[in-house]
Write a protein that binds this ligand. Structure first.
Ligand SMILES: [Zn+2]
Length: 123
C-alpha cells in the first residue's frame, strides 16, 4: 500500500465514520424522543393516580400525602382568586347563580337570566 492509497483509505474511512456517527446521532435522538414520550406517559399516569387519590382519599389521615393534598387545595384556591382578578380587570363579574362572566353593569345574567341587581338602584 503506497502513501497516496493510505491517505485515500483514511479519507474514505473518515467519511464512513462521519456517516455512521450521523446515523448514530439520529438514532439516539429518535431513541431519546421515544424515552421522553414514555416519560410523559409515566408523568401523565402519575398525575392521574394523584388526582384519583386526591379526589377519593385526601381526607384520610396520611400526613405525608395530606400535606401534598393541602398544597393542591391551596393552589386551586389561588387559581380561583387569580381568575376572579382577571374577570375584574376585564370589567366583568361572575353570576352568583351560574358563575358565568357577566358585565358589571348588567342587570340580568345573559346565561341563566338571574337577576344581578335591583332595577332601580338607589344612587
Ligand atoms: Zn347566571
Amino acid at each position: 500500500m503506497d502513501f497516496f492509497q493510505k491517505i485515500g483509505n483514511t479519507l474514505s474511512n473518515t467519511g464512513k465514520d462521519i456517516a455512521e456517527k450521523t446515523k448514530k446521532l439520529s438514532d439516539t435522538s429518535k431513541l431519546n424522543s421515544e424515552i421522553s414520550k414514555q416519560q410523559n406517559t409515566i408523568n401523565q399516569v402519575y398525575s392521574q393516580i394523584g388526582k384519583i387519590y386526591f379526589e377519593k382519599y385526601s381526607n384520610l389521615d396520611c400526613s405525608e400525602l395530606k400535606e401534598l393534598c393541602t398544597s393542591i387545595t391551596e393552589a386551586n384556591t389561588k387559581i380561583e382568586e387569580l381568575k376572579k382578578e382577571i374577570t375584574q380587570i376585564k370589567g366583568l363579574t361572575n353570576c352568583p347563580n351560574c358563575n358565568a362572566e357577566v358585565s358589571t353593569s348588567a342587570t340580568f345574567c345573559g346565561s341563566c337570566g338571574n337577576k344581578l341587581k335591583e332595577e332601580n338602584p338607589t344612587v
